[in-house]
Design a protein around this ligand. Structure first.
Ligand code: ADP
Ligand code: MG
Length: 335
């Protein structure tokens, strides 16, 4: 398989919010789903073109439904993870553009559920429908803030964990909880528990969740007696990643925040962009996984025979022009 086929980059534009409509904000983003284009009007009045067009593997407009987004992004990856491959789904974008909406959505009404709960349903349904294969599903949920890893499923979720590397295991987080799960209800409960711990950490440690990355990982092992009467064992891993907001930290916001922190948050996003660009490009042998914790953590699920999709989320309004351009450029470079 060509590397290019393993990385898919899509863009999703949310509708104007009621607040934006109230404030009379102008929509400057146009989504052409048939041509897979995003058109953005340049409102700067500078010497650049009045409009820019970007083409992606897929684009989703303001009317896009959660099910449609899931089917066209995560679903093929979930299927290949059940077949023993690794995969990663990323939500990228400025805070407030729909990353969490895309990944988690809302449970009620059910059609608003995002990629993560739909993935849970899919996996358990396949397991229940395939009694001749034995499955073992485990989940982990961690947060990466300022290049520090915390276990969101542990009673000690404020403790910093270390990244380790062993020749046979590769890179792993020492002492990270890996919880065996058997039902959709259990998966949803762990997701909820982790989210609650994230909130507690945010308050106790004076941090904003918008500046941390969260990774929910499902490991799926299967064992089957084949026609050859031999046991066939497969193991796949799926990472569902809600990335930190991609917006630049303004100087005022950075007051009281260590400078190092702002740099680190950008470091993981910048390195992720570099890793994906290098993978897609396929020319360089050196892929800079080691340059950030995020990419080290995901090293065995990015590149090689793994599948990756990045959903870049954007806002449609004029006042977000700079951030939206920056997201489109990042996504464009990654495809
Ligand atoms: P982020 O996680 O990127 O900060 P959120 O997912 O929290 O952004 O979205 C911000 C707000 O916009 C939420 O109220 C969310 O429900 C709403 N929203 C985001 N994307 C969409 C969409 N595609 N359609 C409708 N509402 C959306
Ligand atoms: Mg969010």
């Amino acid at each position: 398989m060509k590397r290019k086929e393993c990385v898919k980059v899509v863009v999703r534009a949310r509708p104007l919010s009621s607040k934006e409509i109230e404030e009379g904000r102008k929509r400057i983003v146009d989504v052409d789903t048939s041509r897979k284009e995003i058109n953005i009007q340049n409102i700067k009045g500078d010497n650049n073109e009045a409009q820019r067009t970007f083409v992606f593997d897929e684009v989703f407009d303001l009317n896009s439904q959660q099910e449609q987004v899931y089917n066209n992004t995560a679903l093929p990856i979930v299927e290949s993870v059940m077949d023993g491959y690794n995969g990663t789904v990323f939500a990228y974008g400025q805070t407030g553009t729909g990353k969490t909406h895309t990944m988690e959505g809302k449970n009620d009404p059910p059609h608003e559920r995002g990629i993560t709960p739909r993935t849970f349903d899919h996996i358990i349904k396949v397991i229940e429908g395939t009694p001749n294969i034995q499955f073992l599903v485990r989940c982990s949920y961690l947060e990466l803030y300022n290049e520090e890893v915390r276990d969101l499923l542990s009673p000690n979720h404020l403790t910093k964990l270390e990244l380790r590397e062993k020749p046979e295991q590769g890179i792993f987080v020492k002492d990270l909880s890996k919880i065996v799960v058997k039902s959709v209800a259990e998966l949803n409960e762990w997701l909820k528990a982790g989210r609650a711990n994230r909130k507690v950490g945010e308050t106790k440690m004076n941090q904003e969740s918008s500046r941390s990355h969260s990774i929910f990982t499902l490991t799926i092992e299967s064992s089957e007696i084949g026609a050859d009467q031999q046991q066939h064992i497969k193991s796949g891993k799926l990472n569902l990643v809600d990335l930190a907001g991609s917006e630049r930290q303004s100087k005022t916001q950075a007051v009281g925040v260590r400078f190092e922190e702002a740099i680190n948050i950008n470091l993981s996003l910048t390195t992720l962009g570099n890793v994906i660009t290098t993978l897609v490009d396929g020319k360089s042998q050196h892929i800079p996984y080691r340059d950030s914790k995020l990419t080290r953590l995901l090293q065995d699920s990015l590149g090689g025979n793994t599948k990756t999709v990045m959903v870049a989320n954007i806002g449609p309004a004029d006042y977000n022009f700079d951030e939206t351009m920056s997201t489109l450029r990042y996504a464009n470079r990654a495809k």
